[in-house]
Ligand binder design. Sequence first.
Ligand code: PLP
Length: 391
Amino acid sequence: MNTQAAIYLDNNATTPVAPEVFEAMVPYLTEFYGNPSGLYRVAKEAGAAVTKARESVAKLIGAEAREIVFTSCGTESDNAAIWSALRTTGKKHIVTTQVEHAAVHSFCEHLETLGYTVTWLPVREDGTLDPAEVDAAIHDGTAIVSTMWANNETGVLFPVEEIGKICKARGVLYHIDAIQVPGKVPIDVKQVQCDFLALSGHKLHAPKGVGVLYIRSGTRFSPLLIGGSQEKGRRSGTENVPHIVALGRAAELALENLIDEQTQTRALRDKLENGILSRIPNSHRNGHATERLPNTASVRFDGLEAEGLLLKLNEHQICASAGSACSTGSLEPSHVLSAMGLTPSQARSTIRLSLSHLTTEAEIETVLDLLPRFVAELREPRPAASPAAKA
Ligand code: PLP
């Protein structure tokens, strides 16, 4: 067994649980296991911890605690926001982009089969979005605009503040999938003027299976899950107390580590990306040079299938992915890279490297030592099979 520690460069797929986060959640698995609506101590302690976590998450995004609803994941938060807008407005049109995560993309495709209409906005070659496209797509029948803040595959940032202004001026609800953003870019819901915003615990060093939906005060809401009226009737189901506590602690750490993510992580990402582009011939960056997350590099190597490269990296305990984690293993080229105008073979020759504040300079140097060799080996023409061998 190879016991060498992994070099983890797939933080946009998921992040390791921070030790402080794990420590914070354990008492709510062992000691304070009560149902937060109970009236005895093990339950009351659990309820108080949920309240504290709500305040921490609210602080991370500049919201009020009462505007925070805990969900089971980012996908649920995205679905719930869009579904609510359709229900409360009675309108049937959604504006979104061609590069959304499946949590929005596939849900909107599903809604099309139910008779709703969707405008799929294009992006520029560098993955950025022209806010004028949003304005042009809105009409009287539009229930909601839903865009991501940062793309999970390329890290490219959308002009959410400008889109927020447009939606406000046009009287249309605005949902932001901000799942890749916390800890990397400051979030202030008051400034971006959105009505909904989705987060997911496992992208910010909390466990998988917990998410957040921010709902602006005064926004009408029709819940996806109906039952015991938890979360003030906005999301029924007994609260996942340990994971909510974990997410609260992770939100505090994301605020503390923001500077690191923006400086140290950005510097390491740039070192990695510049090193790759200068040492490996015919390699290219996908996406805008500056309008993007500080931790993400999406690079492609002409004439190479990313799958082979990822297998070689894996042999050396280096974790990266091709396109988004969800499309790895499928032969379909990424819909994000295709929307940016890449050909199917360019999309298939792309790998995504995503760092965190835990990434070290030594790890980046190791990758820069190995990657050029791996690419060269994979690009070497394979000897043609002899007729005898073919028989
Ligand atoms: N939206 C974006 C931008 C994501 O990156 C992800 C996860 O990869 C999701 C939504 C879905 O979040 P979750 O895995 O918590 O359902």
